[in-house]
Design a protein around this ligand. Structure first.
Ligand code: NAP
Ligand code: F7E
Length: 325
């Protein structure tokens, strides 16, 4: 029997890759979108004929319950969230509504409509924040450093709690940063690849960044959505860290990106701008993916260097098309 998957956050980076992946697995894919005045969903434009859409919002319990009843999925991937860390200081209450309470609304809807539905919660390495252990693993204590991180800790624990309270097949994937040419331009990797491409085409001469010393464990989003699916195919629900096990600084990313574009040293272009420095920083993230490898048979396929190259080339080509070069 063909399985049905419902994805919240289908218009986001991960939603688009997950939808593609599930289609290759033969799923009927349904995406939840919220009403907007414009209808530009560029990440999934190539998929609109292959997936179905239902209208709903993480702020609205009734909408989620009704659409689950209508769609009747076997699997739910809860990817929707206010996901940009700096915005979480500007809109802490809204971030809590989407990113924390939104998870409870999804779980409540599942409990009411069909407790047999398997649910994946998009948790984050931001929960480790000011890290107490290196590398970070499933048992590492959380110490979030932003309203976003705090909201994700709530989302993680409510997922665990519903699994233990109501016996739901509910899992929390603790994913480290994952990037792609579809990453939002406000996140640092895409901001760099986009900036490098603009400089390459002579559209600007500098790239303004904040803390160059922050370190992240960066992987490719296409690899990470496979791990989400694997987590829902297991015999028992469990929480797993998904990471590459390697860490690089923002400076490393910039250096590699400028080199990939043949522009020489990043130092000739990057300007440190205090506006992009955060009130509280997460200095170092590096995950331990050994449980993912052991239990899921999951390993990343794309290296850091290949990821940077992929993103830089995609943006250079995009600007080349735009300027008709
Ligand atoms: P993203 O590109 O920012 O996408 C977020 C998605 O959430 C968009 O589809 C957005 O819809 C939707 N959304 C936001 N608020 C909503 C609401 N109130 N109701 C319904 N939909 C709403 O994020 P991403 O990078 O794909 O990440 C996916 C998930 O993984 C997020 O939960 C994120 O916090 C988490 N995560 C990401 C990473 C990473 O490195 N990418 C790592 C760990 C965890 P619109 O298009 O309408 O705005
Ligand atoms: O920042 C530093 C910044 O915004 C990475 C989200 O997907 O991953 C993401 O959160 C680092 C930080 O991602 C700039 O201070 C320097 O240390 O790309 P980012 P993030 O905050 O790590 C986690 C796992 C998630 O769950 C989140 O949803 O880069 N940095 N200069 C900068 N960051 C930005 N955005 N812009 C700068 O100019």
């Amino acid at each position: 029997m063909q399985k049905t998957a419902l994805i919240t956050g289908i218009t986001g980076q991960d939603g688009s890759y997950l939808a593609e992946f599930l289609l290759t697995q033969g799923y009927r894919v349904v995406g939840m979108t919220r009403r907007t005045s414009t209808d530009v969903h560029e990440r999934i434009a190539h998929l609109v004929d292959d997936i179905e859409f239902v209208s709903g919002d993480l702020l609205d319990q009734t909408s989620i319950t009704k659409l689950l009843d209508q769609v009747r999925p076997q699997e739910v991937y809860n990817l929707a969230a206010q996901s940009f860390v700096p915005t979480s200081w500007q809109q802490p209450v809204l971030t809590g509504e989407f990113t924390a309470l939104g998870v409870t609304r999804v779980l409540e809807a599942i409990r009411a409509v069909d407790p047999a539905i398997r649910v994946y919660q998009a948790s984050s390495s931001e929960m480790f924040g000011k890290v107490t252990e290196v590398p970070q693993r499933e048992s590492t204590p959380f110490y979030p450093r932003s309203p976003y991180g705090v909201a994700k800790v709530y989302g993680h624990w409510i997922t665990v709690n519903y699994r233990e309270s109501y016996d739901l097949f509910a899992v929390s994937g603790i994913l480290f940063n994952h990037e792609s040419p579809r990453r939002g331009k406000e996140f640092v990797t895409r901001k760099i690849s986009d900036g490098v491409a603009r400089i390459k085409h002579g559209l600007t001469r500098e790239l303004r960044l904040g803390n160059l010393d922050a370190k992240r464990d960066w992987g490719f989003a296409g690899d990470y959505v496979r791990a989400m699916w694997l987590m829902l195919q297991q015999e028992r629900p469990d929480d797993v860290v998904i990471a590459t096990g390697r860490t690089h600084s923002v400076r490393d990313f910039a250096r590699t990106a400028f080199q990939a574009a043949g522009l020489g040293s990043y130092e000739d272009y990057v300007v440190m701008d205090p506006r992009f420095v955060r009130p509280a920083e997460v200095d170092l993230l590096v995950g331990d993916p050994s449980k993912a490898k052991r239990d899921l048979g999951w390993e990343p396929q794309v290296s850091f260097e290949a990821l940077v190259e992929m993103m830089v080339q995609a943006d250079i080509e995009r600007y080349a098309r735009a300027v008709g070069a």
